[in-house]
Unconditional design. Structure first.
Length: 298
């Protein structure tokens, strides 16, 4: 386990758990909940067991347990109590914590066990919206603050992608389709495809014909599809590409090359859309703030 992140600053713990550093210090000094270590150069750090314990303490505190009561519990009783509460009530919060721990440990078994516990209580759709979406939002912030590495993010998103593929295949077998065709793709140099893959799942679940082309597709390649179907909706997700500067020209190119028929539409979502006025788009274009907002239009 040479690649496991096992040393955390107090700022790392704040980013990972959402608990302010000031609060962590109080819990540490007043209740002796954490035992930081020191490097050879006398710099304080927290190990993986401290991080895991802090997640559990925070979970119990959010579920009505006072810190003073948690501090009095025997060490091994804390995770046991967390599991008992999670089984009865707040499975979502516990699952997000477990997935984060899985990511930091590169622990596939923990990911699968956590996912399987969710499947017993929830549909895949609710797991995605209630757990994976907030989890990926947190992961994005952790990556931006250098709390985790790209390797951690890729490890987790690869496993989430795997679950989307499995569930998509399960609903696609013997599924009849309507006359509508959706063509899903990401622009050149855009690789963040989880949202697009889940939209593919939702489109198929709603009975439509979906063509998932995936990452980094040039506009010129999309024109080939126009000759095959009468009713086409192109769907794309702009997370980092095109950039704010490139986006206006990109949409003009979309209009010129793709929106040639009365039944051809272009739906888009992603954070890059914040840089343009989406309330005044040309005919054929629709912008959505979220996956769930787009799904309502299916």
């Amino acid at each position: 386990m040479n690649n496991v992140k096992n040393k955390f600053s107090i700022k790392d713990l704040e980013n990972l758990t959402g608990i302010k550093a000031h609060t962590i210090r109080i819990w540490e000094k007043r209740y002796n909940l954490l035992q930081p270590k020191r490097t050879d150069t006398n710099i304080r750090y927290y190990d993986l067991s401290n991080f895991q314990k802090l997640l559990n303490v925070s979970y119990l505190n959010n579920n009505g347990y006072k810190i003073s009561k948690i501090a009095d519990l025997e060490e091994e009783k804390i995770p046991e109590l967390v599991r008992n509460i999670a089984n009865k009530t707040n499975l979502k919060s516990h699952a997000i914590n477990s997935f984060k721990l899985s990511m930091l440990n590169f622990d596939q078994v923990l990911f699968y066990n956590t996912y399987n516990s969710l499947v017993r209580e929830k549909t895949f759709r609710s797991i995605f919206y209630d757990v994976f979406v907030p989890l990926m939002t947190e992961i994005g912030l952790l990556w931006q603050t250098d709390t985790i590495t790209p390797a951690h993010e890729h490890f987790l998103t690869t496993l989430i992608r795997q679950k989307i593929l499995i569930n998509t295949e399960n609903i696609q077998i013997n599924k009849s389709t309507t006359g509508k065709t959706f063509v899903l793709y990401l622009p050149d140099n855009e690789v963040h495809e989880i949202g697009l893959m889940f939209l593919n799942y939702e489109i198929i679940a709603h009975g439509h014909h979906s063509i998932l082309l995936g990452q980094s597709v040039p506009l010129e390649s999309l024109t080939d599809v126009l000759g095959y179907y009468d009713d086409i909706t192109f769907v794309s997700y702009f997370t980092v590409k095109p950039t704010r500067e490139e986006l206006p020209k990109y949409l003009k190119d979309v209009q010129a090359k793709l929106l040639k028929g009365s039944k051809t539409r272009y739906w888009m979502l992603g954070r890059m859309l914040k840089s343009i006025d989406t309330s005044n788009l040309p005919n054929g274009f629709s912008a959505f703030e979220s996956i769930s907002g787009l799904v309502k239009e299916l």
